[in-house]
Design a protein around this ligand. Sequence first.
Ligand code: ADP
Length: 493
Amino acid sequence: MSAQRKFDGIWFEPAPWVNGRYVRSDATRCIVNPATGAKLAEVHFANPQIATEAIDGAVVAQRSWKELSAFERGNILKTIAAELIEQKDKLATLLTAEQGKPYWQSVGEIDYAASFFQWYGEEARRISGRIASHPQRDREFVIEHLPIGVVGWITPWNFPLAQGAKKIAAALAAGCTGVWKPAESTPLIALAMAPLFRSAGVPDGVVQIIPGEGPQIGSIMIDHPEVRCISLTGSKATGSKLMAGAASQIKRVSLELGGNAPFIVLPDADLDFAVDQLVQLKLFVTGQVCVTANRIFIPEDLHEQVLERLIGKLESSKVEDGLNDSGLYRVDAGPLIHSQACIGVDALVEEACDSGAKIAYRYVFGKGVRSKSEGSFYAPTVLSHVVDDMRISKGEIFGPVFAIHTYRTVDEVIQRANGVSQGLAGYVYGTDLSVCRRVARRLDVGIVGVNEWRPLKAEIPFGGIKESGIGSEGGTEGLSEYMRVRVISFPTD
Ligand code: ADP
């Protein structure tokens, strides 16, 4: 299959990448730009035979990949980071065309993805075992930290590059190889990584990239005895299916699932700052982020002041085709991933309104919106009078809907913030930092931003509790997801 030029300056085939080449299959899927409905590519999806070949190839590749020194593996990862930065503009254009997010956010995603390859490139050299004393005088224990084996990486469409980068960088640093299954609607940016991996020195078979149908590829990963870990970022429903399936062969699972983040504005918060940050957080990827503010808690007596500021900000926001974004013209939010997503968000809003919530504001699309009629745009909406027992409060909205709750006391808001089945992220805005710290420490979540809307970085572990998942990505903790321990009891003489 000859290489085709699909996007300006990027060469890749819209087909599974297995053992260092693109392979065609009998099934294809049309990938569209969600801002315009325009067709981007017809992508070949992996069938069971291709998926199995990909796993088998990763098994073979792991034998030599794990034998490289950590220094060598680390250098390859750092080269990937450098190449990502070098090709940032072209990759960002592809990412925006496929996912819909504004161009500046795609640039940010590529920087973010590169930061994981950079961090784990450095961290690879720090993987080490230890020696522990044995109760018997003439023996010692050698504790080895080894790669777990072949991994299945399953990623979603909201950060189609970065979610893969987090998993792949950590796993490769640990000495694992694996098979990456990107989301059905955003396989292009993953496939565009194949030549980049190769030119950075990743041997064939170490990272296999197979677009495909989730349930089909998932069950092949579950059934293949050599896949020792499945790492998913996705929905709770998919997480529980994978966990149940992985149980039959006692495979490790690492799950980053949905959130339901409280955004708590304390009574002494700087409202201009808090609202500015809230709008940035909530419009980021048009609200389609697991750590976005899902429930916005405002002190009862500040409700009107917050609404006024919020509406003012949204009125001047630009929601349009993410490719309109340029250095001189900033787009704040793009479309949702597909029209079905708009229908789902709208149903949540309608249902909330039927139970007493009120639409305090709805964005009016301006002239700048190109082809809005074909794109899957949802107007940013401010919903007031939202209460805890509405469906919109119980799970992810995944759209630009600002669900405003009010509260009377700090104890009450903490209790309500924790009163859901998810526990991923939380946000606290206030001026008295000792109060902020006390509130942050009582939130049952994996990460809290105090006066900060985007605390996630490569250096730190990120992962949820309760139904938000198991395990961590990022930091040294993220590496241990892909490692196992072997202990050898040695005679000392
Ligand atoms: P979302 O609803 O956000 O799309 P999903 O969990 O459905 O979340 O999708 C996230 C990823 O999980 C995608 O790559 C999708 O193809 C994959 N997926 C969906 N169902 C399954 C499944 N049963 N087994 C394995 N992967 C799945």
